[in-house]
Design a protein around this ligand. Structure first.
Ligand code: CAA
Length: 267
């Protein structure tokens, strides 16, 4: 999601620096942002000038006022990123895009815990309107208000949520996703028909299995494991999900999950 979040910031006029493990990953993120800007322009969501501004705002070096981490859904990995940043950039707001993990625990590991907050974006970040702002025990009102103001400037609608496992969105989304996988596993219907039930019967824009492909099976498994541990067995991930993750079928990003993917087309 990092590329999508960077695109949202760059499009809204903020000089934005991408960081990743290596140059290949950085080049691929840049390419995805460029493609998305072209697509937004071709769909008349933004002008040619706005697309150009988005490209120009992707900078190589920056002294950040805000850092948004979007690494693996693993608290130790996240702390490993945030802790040194809190010393290098003590004035910056440090935001995590976590879907479920404790912001309070991340803040406790940082030099300026009052500057740590959750900014939970939704896939695909340039299109989805919601920004779930998660307030850690230590977050101060200045940080909270700055992030609420930024959310609106980015064109998002913020909601404020306490730092509880799964916040408001993942707690509900994961229940639906895990139940759909259990239904597929026990042969209730095909993946396409389970998805159609929610798309046509409940007007969800995308059924829960296709959505799991979009989000990443590994990401949803990590969230489900965490919520099972923190809240209870209603979140237990089905064995099928674990098997597919072990097989490398992570969804759209690997070309195969519950569906086979060709670009944006699933079959
Ligand atoms: N920039 C801006 N807008 C764009 C764009 C871009 N790069 N590309 C497309 N759009 C616009 C389109 O013009 C269109 O707008 P209109 O409706 O006004 O015409 C809209 O975005 C939808 O685009 P498409 O018509 O191309 O695509 P679609 O209709 O097939 O919708 C989808 C695709 C938005 C992904 C839709 O299927 C959807 O909403 N799915 C559900 C997504 C969802 O639930 N996400 C949350 C996942 S959970 C999560 O992310 C959190 C987590 O913690 C893991």
């Amino acid at each position: 999601m990092g590329a999508g979040i960077a695109e949202v910031l760059a499009r809204a006029g903020h000089p934005t620096q991408l960081q990743d493990l290596n140059d290949d990953l950085l080049a691929s993120a840049r390419q995805r942002i460029h493609q998305s800007l072209e697509r937004a322009h071709s769909k008349q969501k933004i002008t040619a000038e706005q697309a150009q501004r988005g490209r120009d705002n992707l900078v190589d070096h920056n002294r950040p006022d805000l850092v948004v981490e979007a690494v693996l859904e693993d608290i130790q990995v996240k702390i490993g990123i945030l802790q040194p940043l809190s010393h290098q950039h003590p004035e910056a707001i440090l935001a995590s895009n976590t879907s479920s993990l404790s912001l309070t625990q991340m803040a406790a590991a940082c030099h300026r815990p009052e500057r740590v907050i959750g900014m939970h974006f939704f896939n695909p970040p340039p299109i989805m309107e919601l920004l779930e702002i998660v307030v850690a025990e230590q977050t101060d009102t200045h940080t909270q208000q700055a992030v609420e103001q930024l959310a609106r400037q980015l064109g998002k609608t913020p909601i404020l949520v306490k730092d509880v496992p799964g916040f408001a969105s993942s707690r509900l989304g994961i229940i639906l996703g895990m139940e759909a996988i259990r239904m597929l596993e026990s042969g209730v219907a095909s993946a396409a028909d389970i998805d159609k039930a929610m798309e046509l019967g409940y007007r969800h824009p995308m059924g829960p299995l296709k959505l799991t492909d979009l989000v990443g099976l590994d990401v949803r498994l990590a969230i489900a494991d965490h919520l099972t541990h923190e809240i209870g067995p209603q979140f237990t991930p089905p064995p099928l999900l674990r098997r597919l993750v072990r097989a490398g079928r992570l969804g759209k990003k690997t070309g195969h999950g519950f569906y086979r993917w060709n670009g944006n087309e699933a079959s």
